[in-house]
Design a protein around this ligand. Sequence first.
Ligand SMILES: [Zn+2]
Length: 111
Amino acid sequence: MSDTPRTDEQINGKPCTRFAILDGDSLRDALVASEFARQLERELNAANSIIRQQQLLDEENLGLRQRIKRLEEFVRSCADNFDCDHDSHKWSTQCRACDAQRLIDAKEAKP
Ligand SMILES: [Zn+2]
């Protein structure tokens, strides 16, 4: 099977199942219309653009995962190292130890 089936088809007017000389014309040395080459180049550029976008998203994703990990460690340290503030509960204000534990519980409840 040729690794350039679309070009082979442009040359021969039909798909090739192997790289070979057909109708007396060498596929390897045959020429294709410049418009077809331009079409392939545009498609290659579009594909490379998508790949680059995916690489940027992967890098951003890694950065966000690292940031989330640091935030989770901070929340865990709040839950572990702060005492529950009973005055806060008495006056219905925020208690950072309980807030941190709620964040941890909410994350662990998700699949
Ligand atoms: Zn509390």
